[in-house]
Design a protein around this ligand. Structure first.
Ligand code: ZN
Length: 195
């Protein structure tokens, strides 16, 4: 009987040995009969009244707040959409509609945990996530590591599989005028067959 070899264990082992590159991890998954799928996500929320914004599950003091049905965590929404897209599962609007009072004010970390459940039920694991927050303000960098830790914890993956970048819009357009914050994300999923 062939030994069960979970993707999580494999990547953990790879990190510990510092030998496998990400490319090799993906090639190994393919060799075992798994599939590799990529997804893209984009989200934007308007800035309005408030004194904090929540990004990547981190509450950041600011002179405005992000407006939305949930906690308006634009970064986590973009990442969830990328995960769902990669799994062929639509987007967060389909799974957690903003017309449903059950999701009013819900933590987007919780939405991310549920999204992870959806992709896991289909046999997928997050292989890596890359993302960009586009905001004129506040400064994202001081909070970046905390965001990465939150995302990795919600998805039960290693922090090295998650990346968060930030940029401004150089004063151009709606983001540049400080009217909102947007985020882009890509996600790679791997489906590893155990037999
Ligand atoms: Zn959103």
């Amino acid at each position: 009987m062939r030994r069960t070899h979970s993707y999580a264990a494999m990547t953990k082992d790879a990190v510990q040995r510092r030998r496998w590159t990400f490319y090799e991890v993906v090639k190994d998954a393919e060799k075992k009969g798994g599939t590799v799928r990529v997804g893209i996500g984009f989200d934007i929320h308007r800035l309005g009244e408030g004194n904090t914004v929540i990004l990547g599950g981190v509450t950041i003091p600011f002179n405005k707040g992000l407006i939305g049905h949930s906690d308006a965590d634009v970064l986590l929404h973009a990442i969830c959409d990328a995960m769902l897209g990669a799994a062929g599962e639509g987007d967060i609007g389909v799974h957690f509609p903003d017309t449903d009072p059950a999701y009013k004010g819900i933590s987007s970390i919780e939405l991310m945990r549920r999204t992870n459940g959806i992709i896991k039920d289909k046999g997928y694991r997050v292989s890596n996530i890359d993302s960009v927050v586009v905001a004129e303000a506040p400064k994202i960098f001081p909070y970046r590591d905390a965001m990465i830790k939150n995302i990795a914890a919600a998805l039960e993956i290693d922090v090295y599989m998650v990346h968060v970048k930030a940029t401004t819009s150089e004063g151009i357009g709606v983001i540049g005028r400080g009217e909102g914050i947007s985020a882009h994300a890509v996600c790679l999923l791997t489906n590893v067959s155990d037999h």
